[in-house]
Design a binder for this molecule. Structure first.
Ligand code: PGA
Length: 246
């Protein structure tokens, strides 16, 4: 399957830095790469990135409201994202689960709201260090995915899944290719039990993926791409990861 390399800019960037980053990416990606590429940007910059990005790069958001419209101050709904050409919406990132108390059920509802507008949710799952050390990794990621399967039924084949061990995010500590693959194969089996279309679901790895470790992670059987934080803010690093995915 075609790999997907998605940048998660998090709460970084400004008009001029975005401009420089997008120009460098556009220059290098004038010819469409053999993998899919996306950048998930802060909501205020959706219009800027939509107008400046190369055609070979898809636009993503970092969150989406579970509600279609209405009295939800500060939230952004899927239809608004759609207005700016958004193709992907990250949901359930561990930073939102942790700092905004997002529950498994809310994350599942957000995935549903994205799908209802034709936006592909990039659903993040992952265990904390304490959970890994307690031998609970499988239980945690399966519980997180089960909620999304329960709420989305057969539409589960339309999502992108991202395994992001919390202890690897922004820490420089990456799961080894074998550690990541073993969780990816558990998730693949869970998807397979839920839909006969499971082979279409991309499972990305995220957590300190960089130019040096991307090839070995992406070589694993069930790693179909990457969700890249820090390294997506530097054009050369992001482009090296894209090269490793081709
Ligand atoms: P990182 O972030 O690559 O900086 O570890 C990944 C993510 O949080 O999506």
């Amino acid at each position: 399957m075609k790999k997907l390399i998605a940048g998660n800019w998090k709460m970084n960037g400004n008009l001029s830095a975005n401009h420089a980053l997008l120009a460098a990416l556009a220059d290098a990606l004038r010819v469409k790469p053999a993998c899919d590429v996306a950048v998930c940007v802060p909501a205020p910059y959706l219009a800027q990135v939509q107008s400046l990005k190369a055609a070979s790069i898809d636009l993503g958001s970092q969150d989406v409201s579970a509600h279609p419209s209405g009295a939800y101050t500060g939230e952004v709904c899927a239809a608004m994202l759609k207005d700016f050409g958004v193709r992907y919406a990250i949901v359930g990132h561990s930073e939102r689960r942790q700092y905004h108390a997002e529950s498994d059920a809310l994350v599942a509802d957000k995935a549903k709201a994205a799908l209802a507008e034709g936006i592909t949710p990039i659903v993040c799952v992952g265990e904390t260090l304490a959970e890994r050390q307690a031998g609970r990794t499988e239980e945690v990621v399966k519980r997180q995915l089960a909620a999304v399967i329960h709420t989305n039924g057969h539409c589960i084949s339309e999502i992108v899944l991202a395994y992001e061990p919390v202890w690897a995010i922004g820490t420089g500590k990456t799961a080894s290719p074998e550690e990541a693959q073993s969780v990816h194969s558990v998730l693949r089996a869970q998807l397979k039990a839920a839909t006969d279309q499971s082979a279409r679901v991309k499972i990305l790895y995220g957590g300190s993926m960089n130019a040096a470790n991307a090839s070995s992670l992406l070589a694993q059987a069930d790693i179909d791409g990457g969700l890249i934080g820090g390294a997506s803010l530097k054009a050369a690093d992001f482009l090296s990861i894209i090269a490793a995915a081709q």
